[in-house]
Design a protein around this ligand. Structure first.
Ligand SMILES: Nc1nc2c(ncn2[C@@H]2O[C@H](COP(=O)(O)OP(=O)(O)OP(=O)(O)O)[C@@H](O)[C@H]2O)c(=O)[nH]1
Ligand SMILES: [Mg+2]
Length: 185
């Protein structure tokens, strides 16, 4: 691994409450930096805290590669942070909560906001698939396929480290395929 290629940035994004902060905390080597504040919009999503700025964590992979992990806010009023955090990202993980009634629309929205996988590789993680009335996992892949997009889609529980690492590992494979000089053994 050459020094110049040994560190890069990936971004976790997706709607409010999907688990971006939780996912980064599940895999970060050290306690992540969090900018969560008291959630005053309990109607949008009923939880105590919400990210107002960003999440930041990092992991060192077995081969020495350092991966910087950034999480966006989910709320639309912090939309400006998505562009800031997306700058120079090697790849993006879009998290979707299948229990939210507009999950398929949210998928389109976040995939498009981060370039539809054309500029920067994107991997999708779908959570809470066991929720009553949630669309099946296939519905998310098919939604993308009808738009001519072929992106990896996994069912995940963001609280589980192996699930989050699966998303990261898949994204690293896509980054390497998109630009073979980005990661070298
Ligand atoms: N029961 C259950 N809880 C889950 C599941 N996935 C995530 N959660 C919980 O959902 C919550 C997600 O909260 P956050 O990690 O703050 O979500 P976020 O995407 O960072 O939210 P914002 O920053 O507000 O956009 C956490 O309390 C998780 O433990 C699941 O599959 N089942
Ligand atoms: Mg958050």
């Amino acid at each position: 691994m050459s020094g110049a290629d040994s560190e890069f940035k990936i971004v976790f994004t997706g709607p409010m409450g999907v688990g971006k902060t939780t996912a980064i905390a599940a895999i970060s080597d050290e306690a992540p930096v969090s900018t969560d504040v008291f959630n005053t919009d309990r109607e949008a999503f009923d939880k105590a805290l919400t990210t107002a700025g960003l999440d930041y964590g990092h992991i060192a992979l077995d081969d020495g590669t350092a991966v910087r992990l950034y999480g966006t806010p989910g709320q639309a009023r912090f939309r400006f942070m998505w562009d800031i955090l997306g700058l120079n990202a090697a790849g993006v993980i879009v998290l979707i909560d299948a229990s939210q009634s507009d999950a398929l629309v949210q998928l389109d929205h976040f995939v498009d906001a981060f370039g539809s996988g054309k500029r920067t590789p994107i991997v999708i993680g779908v959570g809470r698939l066991d929720h009553a009335g949630a669309p099946p996992l296939d519905a998310f892949s098919q939604r993308l396929e009808t738009r001519g997009l072929t992106l990896p889609v996994f069912g995940v529980d963001v609280r589980r480290r192996p699930d989050v690492l699966l998303l990261v590992d898949t994204l690293l494979c896509l980054i390497e395929t998109a630009d073979p000089t980005r990661l070298t053994a």
